[in-house]
Design a protein around this ligand. Structure first.
Ligand SMILES: C[C@@H](O)C(=O)SC[C@H](NC(=O)CC[C@H](N)C(=O)O)C(=O)NCC(=O)O
Ligand code: ZN
Length: 558
C-alpha cells in the first residue's frame, strides 16, 4: 500500500471560523510527496481537469463546489486488486471529496462509487471546540439520495504551530498563528460507515494522508486502522496501540513542513501496514456484503439474426413461452424474452435483434445453454421432426452418466439437453469457456458472491468444469465454467452478450467487482431514459455481466 502526501491549505480570513469563501479564491492542494502526482478533478465520473503536481508544488482549485479529486498514490499504482478506483490515467487509486469552504486543514473524505459526504461547519468559535456535522448519503448518479445517515463529530481546535505563508494566497497564516486541529471522533451514529482518511501528523512532524483504495466497504479509518465505527474502541485506540497517540490525530499543520514532510519511516511503515490491514478489512467487508446481497441470475442476453425464426424454434421445439417483446426503434434493436416461467422467478433468455444484422460470429468461447428435459430422446425426435439440427445424439455424457444430447438453434447456438427430473428451472446452464479455472472460480465467488456448486475434472477428455451459482444446481440456473487443458484464451465472437444478475445495490456491487479484479465497463447508475440502475463489468476472461437493481427490475416487469 503506498502512501501519498497531500496537503491542502485554503484562504482563510480571520481565525478559525467557517467562512464562505469569496468566489475565485479556491483551495490549494499541495503535493508533499517526492514524486509527481496527477490530480484529477471529476464531476461524477467525468474527468473535468487534470493537473500534474510536481513534488512540493501546489495547485489552487477555484471553486465553491464540492470536488471529487482523484489522487493516484504513486503514478501507475494500482490497488491490490489490480483495478484502479477511477478510470483516470496513472492508476488513480482513490478519490476524495474535499470541502473548500472552511479554513481548516482538510479532513479528506474518502469516497467511492457515489457516496457523498459534505462537511458543514455551523460557525464554530475561534480556538474552541466545534461540532462538525458530517452528513453522508449514498446517492445514485444524479438520482438523488438513496439513504441519509448522520454522524456528529466533535472537532477541537488547538491553535499552535505554524503555516508556511503562501504569498499567492495573500493569506498570511503567520498573522493568525498556525493551526493544528485535534480531532476526537465521537460517532453519534452507530451504523454509519464512513471512510474518512485524514492527514495524520505523526509525532515526527510528517503529514501523511492515507489514500487507501477506499470503497463503500470501508469504515472510518484514521490512518487506515480499518476500525469500524461500529466497534466500541475508536480509531484513536488503534493508533495509540501503534504508538501513534492522540497527537497523531492532528489534522492540522503542526510542525508540518509544507514542502517535504520529514515523516518518520517507522510511523509511515506502521500506518502503511495498517492501511494494508485495512485493505483486507475492506475486502472482508465486501465479501460479507456480496454474500448477503439478494442475487439471482435473471437472464442471458445474446444476438440473433431473425427474431421470429428463433422464437418459433424455441417455442415449438424447446417448449419455451414468449414472455414479452420490446422494440427500441431509436436504438434500432428489438428484444424478445423467452423462458419456462415468469421473469420475476425464472432465468430467461433475452434475444436481441439489431435491425439489418442477420448473422453473428458465435466464436469459440461460448459453449452452450443447458435445458433440463424429462426425456432427451423424445425431445430430440421432436426437434428432428421440426427440421432442427442435432449435433450429438442422446446418450451418457463422455466420462459420466447423465443422459445428454446437443442441438443447434437457427443461429448455431448450442443447446445441451440434459435428462433430469422435474425442476423449477428448466433453462439451467450457461456454459462459457475460461482460460484459468481457479482464477475464474475465485472471481465469481468473491466478486459475484456465487457458490462453487460442483467441480469435475475429466482427464480423459482433458477438461475440467465448475458449476457456479446462487443455489443448488438442480433448482437454479448455473454458470458452467469449462477449462480445456492448456487453452488459456478464446475468441469470443460478437454474438453472445452477457448474463444479467439481480442485486440490491449496483454501487456496492461495482465496488466489489473492482476490489476483486473485475473491470467496470459501465459505471453504476440509471440507464438513460429509464430509471433502471445497472452496472456492467468484465470478468478476468472478458466475459460480460450486467447487474440490475432488483427493485428497478421488478418495476420494469410491471
Ligand atoms: C455437465 C454438462 O452440463 C456438460 O456440459 S459436460 C458436457 C461435455 N463438456 C465438455 O466436453 C467440455 C469440454 C469441451 N472440449 C468443450 O470445450 O466444450 C461435452 O460436451 N461432452 C460431449 C459429449 O459427447 O459427452
Ligand atoms: Zn453443460
Amino acid at each position: 500500500m503506498q502512501t501519498c502526501n497531500l496537503f491542502s491549505i485554503t484562504r482563510c480570513f480571520n481565525g478559525c471560523r467557517d467562512h464562505t469563501q469569496v468566489s475565485g479564491i479556491g483551495t490549494r492542494i499541495w503535493n508533499l510527496s517526492d514524486r509527481s502526482i496527477e490530480l484529477q478533478i471529476r464531476v461524477g465520473s467525468v474527468l473535468k481537469k487534470a493537473h500534474t503536481l510536481k513534488p512540493g508544488s501546489s495547485k489552487r482549485l477555484k471553486s465553491k463546489k464540492i470536488y471529487k479529486a482523484y489522487v493516484p498514490c504513486g503514478s501507475g499504482s494500482r490497488d491490490k486488486a489490480g483495478a484502479g478506483a477511477g478510470a483516470g490515467a496513472g492508476g488513480a487509486r482513490s478519490f476524495l471529496y474535499y470541502y473548500d469552504e472552511t479554513c481548516h486543514p482538510y479532513i479528506w473524505v474518502h469516497d467511492s462509487g457515489g457516496d457523498f459526504s459534505r462537511m458543514t461547519e455551523p460557525g464554530g468559535e475561534e480556538g474552541c471546540s466545534r461540532r462538525v456535522t458530517v452528513t453522508t448519503r449514498a446517492v445514485g448518479r444524479a438520482t438523488g439520495v438513496v439513504a441519509r445517515r448522520r454522524a456528529r463529530f466533535k472537532l477541537t481546535d488547538k491553535i499552535k504551530g505554524g503555516y508556511e505563508s503562501d504569498p499567492e494566497l495573500g493569506c498570511d497564516p503567520q498573522a493568525r498563528g498556525a493551526q493544528s486541529a485535534m480531532v476526537q471522533i465521537l460517532p453519534m451514529a452507530s451504523t454509519i460507515r464512513l471512510s474518512i482518511s485524514s492527514f495524520a501528523t505523526t509525532r515526527f512532524g510528517g503529514c501523511i494522508s492515507m489514500c487507501n483504495s477506499s470503497s463503500r466497504f470501508n469504515s472510518l479509518r484514521l490512518a487506515s486502522s480499518g476500525m469500524d465505527m461500529d466497534s466500541d474502541n475508536l480509531p484513536i485506540k488503534a493508533l495509540e496501540d501503534e504508538g501513534l497517540g492522540p497527537q497523531s490525530q492532528n489534522f492540522g499543520l503542526k510542525d508540518c513542513k509544507i514542502f517535504r514532510q520529514e515523516g518518520n519511516s517507522k510511523s509511515a511503515k506502521t500506518i502503511v501496514g495498517m492501511a494494508q490491514g485495512s485493505t483486507t478489512t475492506t475486502q472482508e467487508n465486501a465479501l460479507d456484503w456480496v454474500k448477503s446481497d439478494k442475487r439471482r441470475m435473471l437472464h442471458v442476453v445474446y444476438r440473433v439474426g431473425d427474431l421470429d425464426r428463433t422464437i418459433k424454434f424455441y417455442t415449438e421445439c424447446l417448449g419455451m413461452k414468449l414472455l414479452r417483446k420490446r422494440d427500441i426503434p431509436e436504438e434500432r434493436y428489438t428484444n424478445a424474452f423467452l423462458g419456462y416461467g415468469p421473469e420475476d422467478s425464472h432465468f430467461v433468455i433475452e434475444l436481441t435483434y439489431n435491425y439489418g444484422v442477420d448473422k453473428y460470429d458465435i466464436g469459440a468461447g461460448f459453449g452452450h445453454f443447458g435445458i433440463a428435459v424429462d426425456d432427451v430422446a423424445k425431445t430430440v425426435d421432436l426437434i428432428k421432426a421440426k427440421g432442427g439440427t442435432v449435433t450429438r445424439e442422446p446418450g451418457p455424457v463422455k466420462g459420466g452418466k447423465s443422459i445428454i444430447a446437443f442441438i443447434e438453434d437457427p443461429d448455431g447456438y448450442k443447446f445441451e439437453l440434459i435428462e433430469r427430473g422435474p425442476t423449477p428451472e428448466p433453462l439451467c446452464q450457461v456454459m462459457l469457456r475460461v482460460g484459468d479455472l481457479d482464477r475464474s472460480i475465485a472471481f465469481h465467488e468473491k466478486a459475484f458472491g456465487m457458490e462453487l456448486l460442483r467441480r469435475r475434472d475429466n482427464p480423459e477428455y482433458k477438461y475440467t468444469i465448475a458449476m457456479m451459482g446462487y443455489g443448488p444446481e438442480d433448482k437454479n440456473a448455473v454458470l458452467e465454467l469449462t477449462y480445456n487443458y492448456g487453452v488459456t484464451e478464446y475468441d469470443k465472437g460478437n454474438a453472445y452478450a452477457q448474463i444479467a444478475i439481480g442485486t440490491d445495490d449496483v454501487y456496492k456491487t461495482a465496488e466489489a467487482v473492482k476490489l476483486f479484479g473485475g473491470k467496470i465497463t459501465r459505471e453504476p447508475g440509471p440507464l438513460p431514459g429509464i430509471s433502471t440502475k445497472i452496472t456492467a463489468c468484465l470478468d478476468p476472461d472478458g466475459w460480460k455481466t450486467v447487474f440490475v437493481d432488483n427493485i428497478d427490475f421488478l418495476k420494469e416487469l410491471e
